[in-house]
Design a protein around this ligand. Structure first.
Ligand SMILES: C[S@@+](CC[C@H](N)C(=O)[O-])C[C@H]1O[C@@H](n2cnc3c(N)ncnc32)[C@H](O)[C@@H]1O
Length: 425
């Protein structure tokens, strides 16, 4: 019952108040309540349509809480490992705690009706594209246009539960870490893309991960682990992490090559604190600057720049399913303008002969390929480096300027990389 009251509060924040999922959780929300919220948002368009079919007429806005209780109830009946009627009874009791005893019969009737006709609702005839893809139409349309042959796999990946992925320090061999894991009865497998990525079979609290406290193991998706590798870091280089918070890639760069001189910038001071605590955990130091990149005055130019730009996050929707509801089509044009501006600003901070890695966790060409190819057209001193031949890796889909990783159901997230070098004018 407590699970439902938490999920109604959190989902109300996301669905009806447009707040981010993370900002709606409180410390008292249980793991089960969080599971219900993530699950409902991943499956939102389908669940909403089932509720609409089960209700004789739509509920008025003043009863949004009952609507959210019903979609949470249907999710729980389908997905939680407990008898379906346990979920129904808890939902009925929750209606009473919302001071809506009148809704007890409605909740009971709708959920029992769903249980009786589950098959009908899970094989709907003539489902709308929103229901089929579990996405708003503007987003499924953009994805279908960009990735016509991969679109169905992308939609399936969005609806899957993401794995918990670790990055193990380069100085620890796979064998040694595997031994530690088996001593702790932890199961999983190594990644196919990045040598030191390890997929846990089951998510676990970070404190229980061997070597997490010492910084030898970190939580980081495998596709984002490619950044430090692609930058081709070497001792003594002056390196800029231009959009750094919360610092996942900052830490990786410093652990991959501790002898670099690293400056980490972010305009979001609150998120910047997380870089400090991440650096503390791994025992590394960097110059951390709270600034808009546009306002930053660098004392020296940089040998390497990572521009991990703000984006639509369409590569990581399974981790942040609230994006489905919060992002708008018009955001994409605005994001593209920001990305182009940031790329031009970062470029001015790069030495001749230096390398700049542009990355996003988006899968939309408007934020990736188009940004980099337009930039190269307007900057004759920019040359594209071939990520495959330079690094002897065969990964992602080749685009004219970079590599696109599309989100998977059981492995890495969606990510884009393009590596540029600055030629003398
Ligand atoms: C994709 S996140 C970076 C993730 C980070 N690189 C990591 O691996 O942990 C993008 C970051 O860009 C920052 N940002 C957005 N616009 C910026 C700007 N104009 N100047 C500096 N930072 C900016 C955001 O605050 C956000 O933290």
């Amino acid at each position: 019952m407590q699970t439902y009251s938490s999920s109604i509060r959190v989902l109300n924040g996301v669905v009806f108040e447009g707040k981010s999922l993370d900002s709606c959780f409180s410390n008292s929300d249980s793991a089960l309540a969080k599971q219900v919220c993530y699950g409902v948002l991943r499956d939102y368009y389908r669940l909403r349509s089932i509720v609409a079919q089960l209700l004789k007429k739509p509920l008025p806005a003043k009863h949004n809480d009952i609507f959210l209780l019903l979609i949470s109830g249907i999710y729980s009946v389908d997905a939680l490992r407990r008898p379906a009627y346990t979920s129904v009874n808890a939902a009925v009791q929750c209606a009473a705690t919302l001071n809506k005893s009148w809704a007890k019969g409605l909740v009971n009737g709708v959920l029992r009706n769903y249980i009786r006709k589950t098959e009908k609702f899970n094989a709907p005839v003539g489902a709308t594209p929103e229901v089929e893809t579990n996405l708003p139409n503007w987003l499924s349309d953009r994805i279908s246009i960009a990735w016509p042959t991969q679109a169905l796999e992308i939609f399936a990946a969005y609806n899957s539960e993401p794995p918990m992925t670790l990055r193990i320090n380069d100085d620890i061999s796979r064998e040694d870490f595997s031994k530690k894991l088996s001593e702790n009865q932890i199961e999983g497998h190594w990644g196919a893309l990045y040598e030191q990525a390890f997929y846990l079979s089951k998510p676990m609290p970070v404190e229980e991960i061997p070597d997490f406290e010492t910084g030898q193991a970190s939580v980081q998706d495998e596709s984002s682990q490619m950044a430090a590798l692609l930058l081709d870091l070497a001792p003594g280089q002056n390196v800029l992490d231009a959009c750094a918070a919360p610092g996942g890639k900052t830490c990786h760069m410093l652990q991959a090559c501790p002898e670099i001189k690293l400056t980490a910038i972010d305009k979001d001071a609150a998120r910047l604190h997380r870089i400090d605590s991440n650096l503390q955990r791994i025992g590394a130091t960097a110059t951390v600057v709270a600034s808009d990149l546009e306002d930053y005055r660098a004392p020296d130019l940089f040998d390497r720049i990572l521009l991990d730009a703000p984006c639509s996050a369409t590569g990581i929707i399974r981790r942040h399913p609230d994006i489905k509801l919060l992002r708008r089509d018009t955001d994409i044009v605005k994001l593209a303008q920001t990305q182009s501006k940031l790329l031009a600003t970062a470029w001015d901070l790069l030495k001749v002969g230096g390398k700049l890695l542009y990355s996003t966790c988006s899968i939309l060409p408007e934020e990736n390929e188009n940004i980099v190819s337009d930039f190269c057209m307007n900057h004759p001193n920019a040359a594209v480096l071939d990520l495959a031949s330079e690094h002897d890796v065969n990964w992602g889909l080749r685009t004219p300027t970079g590599r696109q990783l599309l989100p998977t159901t059981d492995a890495y997230d969606g990510f884009f990389y393009a590596l540029l070098t600055k030629k003398a004018q």
